[in-house]
Design a protein around this ligand. Structure first.
Ligand code: ADE
Length: 232
């Protein structure tokens, strides 16, 4: 069973519409839509925004649906000049940019006790996503790199520069690394797929409103193609 998490309606509604044989169950206030997506047994869910929601949602996918892979789809702010609005970033790893236990000599992003700072994405899902993205979204660029997540909408040059310079991340959003951490703890392969809606700077809020829908559509196209490939 494939698990797909989006934080917002715009990121999952198009997937619900493409599903067949759907059963809906509400757990922790989240609607889990289980059915077939392009022939693949899939659960699609809107987690809500932020790392806590994303972690809870991922654990439910593990415990109640025994998912074998988790894909996180959605939008993100770009942290690099060459990554433009509309482009897609695939996670090589994910890190939490708002974790700081530096006083105990931990590097930025490392949660004490875990023994790992960033959570590696699954190589097979990554290769499949690259191949599908080049096929279904040929007009955009696709990048692979670090995703930095935190419970903040990044909307200034200062905040953006700190995250970029500390983590050398490609994009920033608010759920991915929590999903990655939960997947890592449960030994479930995962991948974050983020379509760029803004540049995480002073124009982020304006750009986000304009480009969110277009960016989300690119992610949906890619995730649908991956579900189809996984059914074979
Ligand atoms: N999601 C989309 N754009 C974002 C940004 N700039 N910061 C955090 N999450 C985002």
């Amino acid at each position: 069973m494939l698990g797909i998490i989006g934080a917002m309606d715009i990121e999952v509604e198009a997937l619900y519409e493409r599903m067949t044989e759907t059963e809906v169950r509400t757990i922790a206030g989240m609607e889990f839509h289980k059915g077939k997506l392009e022939g693949t047994e899939t659960v699609v869910v809107r987690s809500g925004i932020g790392k806590v929601n994303a972690g809870i949602c991922s654990q439910i996918l593990a415990d109640c649906y025994h998912v074998t892979e988790i894909i996180n789809t959605g939008v993100a702010g770009s942290l690099k000049a060459e990554i433009n609005i509309g482009d897609i970033v695939l996670s090589s790893t994910a890190v939490q940019h708002d974790v700081d236990a530096g006083v105990f000599s931990y590097p930025p992003g490392e949660i004490p006790g875990l023994g790992i700072r960033e959570f590696p994405a699954d190589e097979k899902l990554l290769a499949l996503a690259k191949e599908c993205c080049e096929r279904v979204n040929p007009e955009i660029q696709v990048f692979t790199g670090r995703v930095a997540s935190g419970d903040q909408f990044i909307d200034s040059k200062e905040k953006k520069t700190r995250i970029h310079d500390t983590f050398d991340a490609c994009c920033t959003e608010m759920e991915g690394a929590a999903i990655a951490q939960t997947a890592w703890l449960n030994k479930i392969p995962y991948l974050i797929i983020r379509s760029i809606s803004d540049k995480a700077d002073d124009s982020a809020h304006m750009d986000y409103d304009v480009f969110e829908a277009k960016a989300a559509a690119n992610s949906v196209r890619l995730v649908t193609a991956m579900a189809k490939a996984l059914s074979h």
